[in-house]
Design a protein around this ligand. Structure first.
Ligand SMILES: CC(C)(COP(=O)(O)OP(=O)(O)OC[C@H]1O[C@@H](n2cnc3c(N)ncnc32)[C@H](O)[C@@H]1OP(=O)(O)O)[C@@H](O)C(=O)NCCC(=O)NCCS
Length: 142
């Protein structure tokens, strides 16, 4: 597996993974504008020449925020999520972040388990944040 910087040639695969991963999926414009943002690191996970996942993080002052992380459905539970989160941690350290924040739906057990296995702690529950369910904000001290 290989994590490389986003390039436009990966966009169609990313949009496919995005659609199968999130109820309110990002558009191509959102991904492209994110890729142009200097505060953002946008990486694509390649396995056997195919796109199997991606992540987007944003860093400001001493904080890194995980904006997006997703793995193609048929490649889940094969440690790709762990591999990307480990890389996010490495990036956060390189950028001298003191904290990593991220937010997820309360029912997203795979994501919550993944984050907690890296030491993320729940700090706030935002009631009805996603209209129909609560959001959980998690924090990791780097
Ligand atoms: C969350 C996500 C990125 C995890 O990716 P993944 O490659 O399947 O994760 P990994 O195989 O690296 O698993 C890492 C850990 O996460 C947890 N986990 C992953 N899938 C799980 C599941 N279906 N049920 C329970 N725990 C799960 C486990 O603790 C697992 O460790 P283990 O296999 O040693 O038990 C993936 O499920 C996904 O893309 N989901 C849709 C998008 C999404 O919700 N992103 C997060 C938004 S905040």
């Amino acid at each position: 597996m290989d994590l490389i910087k986003f390039e436009e040639q990966f966009l169609d695969d990313i949009l496919e993974i995005e659609k199968e991963s999130f109820p309110h999926s990002w558009t191509s414009e959102m991904f492209l504008s994110s890729a142009k943002n200097n505060a953002v690191t946008f990486k694509v996970l390649i396995e056997n020449k195919s796109v199997v996942g991606y992540y987007i993080i944003s860093t400001a002052s001493d904080e890194t925020e995980v904006i997006e992380i997703a793995v193609r459905t048929q490649f889940r539970r094969k440690n790709f999520g762990k591999f990307m989160l480990a890389d996010i941690l490495k990036e956060a350290i390189a950028k001298k972040s003191k904290f990593i924040f991220l937010e997820t739906r309360k029912s997203n057990i795979p994501a919550l388990n993944l984050y907690k296995s890296f030491g993320f702690k729940e700090i706030v529950i935002r009631k009805n944040y996603y209209k129909i369910e609560d959001a959980i904000l998690l924090k990791l001290v780097v």
